[in-house]
Design a protein around this ligand. Sequence first.
Ligand code: HEC
Length: 477
Amino acid sequence: MAVENKRIWVDYTVFGLSIFLAFCLLFESYIELPNLVAWIGRWHPLVLHFPIVLLLVAIFLGFRGKDIPNNLLVVATIGTLVTAISGFFLGSENTPKGDLLFWHEWLGSTLALAVVLWYWLDGMQLGKKVYSKALQILIIGLVGFTGHYGGMVTHGEDFLALPTEKRQNKIPENPLIYQDVVGRILENNCMSCHNPNKQKGELLMTNLKELLRGGEVGNTVIPGDAEQSEIIKRLHLPKEDEEHMPPDGKKPLNDLEIQILERWIDLGASDTMRLDHLEDTEPLVNLVRGLMEPDPMENWAKLPKVADSTLQNLSTDYITINRVASNSHALSVNVFLSPKFDSLVITNLQQLAKNIVELDMSGLPIGQQEMNMVSSCSNLEWLEIDGTPVTDTQVEVLRNLRSIRLLKIYDTKIGDKSIPVFKDLQSLKSLYLWKTDISEAALESLRLSRPSLLINSGIDNEIKTFFVETDSITNNK
Ligand code: HEC
């Protein structure tokens, strides 16, 4: 009798919870939950493992032909229902709901109701029938899918995907500041927690409208006032501060990224602003350009491998070969003048040609052979050949250097014939050119055709006078 009674109460509980769950499922959008209930929702990730294990154990026992202890099934059933309901409480904090969360909720609820059905069949001694077994297989499937969607809700959509690159594709030539720059920074660093499936701090970053609407603290983005915008305040907090964004354990934004967000907000947080709408003197222009520069480490990742022993064999007292970073195959080479300088020192570097990204041969008596070696360094970014006997004809070989960014070729005898070569080096950013035979007119034509090239053509006259006039040694004479 007592057993019968208990059974009835358990049935009532299961029935009641099922009805409540179905009610949640159907009328979710109409329910406003009190805070305490929302707090119960926070327990969802903790309790959910418990019924999963019980269910799998029960199904396993059944398939082995054993009797499933009734208590086990009771606890598993009620546990599943409670988990599903607490999940609803948790999910109701999120509006609007993302697809992942939507599917996770429906799969979880279907799972719970399937378990109730099994419980009911088992109570009617029908647990060993073929359709009961089929139901149990369905339950295993639902556990798998619900868990998978739940995992994607908590850890991001690509949770189980092989690790892939973030959105790294090239920023277009004339980017929309919000969409191509700001949006990308947020997407790569923040959106994993501020999206419809996982709306931390009630803040969504999926589009500008949501971002401007802000989160629970409010004043998330105040167009025109970065300093007072919550989003910027949080980026500037000390890393260990609980409110620093992104939270501890995630890669913080770098200064450039923070400054871009700041300046974009100060300029009104618009989504139609393009790079070429801005004056050249506007700081945002340079900041965005800085972000558009390819990350050198990425280019270098493709370089052929070189062993440390090779580097040691080629190094001497007069030549140092260093890795640009300890984990990189990009090399920086410095050659010094030795008493018995021999072209071989440099032509021997041929085997490393693809790896050399920085080469300093300042002041060496180099000739055609050495310059030929230089021309085969196709990844060279930084070249110093100042104070060498290099000629206009030899400068021609520099045309092969498609990655060259900086060239120091001052204090040489090169003349106007070298100018067309410099005009053609599209990647060149800085050119050091003083004390050469290049005419002022040729220099001017170079400036005109490459306005963004930084040409260091000598010390400013004013500064020169300053140095001469303030030279105390000459004065003392
Ligand atoms: C690992 C998850 C996670 C990541 C990644 C993350 N946040 Fe948050 N964010 C949270 C949580 C949790 C809260 C709510 C708790 C709080 O206020 O500190 C929050 C709250 C916020 C708030 C306050 C909401 C409001 O009312 O305005 C802002 C602003 C914010 N985050 C910005 C960012 C920015 C910017 C990034 C990227 C640089 C970022 N978050 C990345 C978890 C995250």
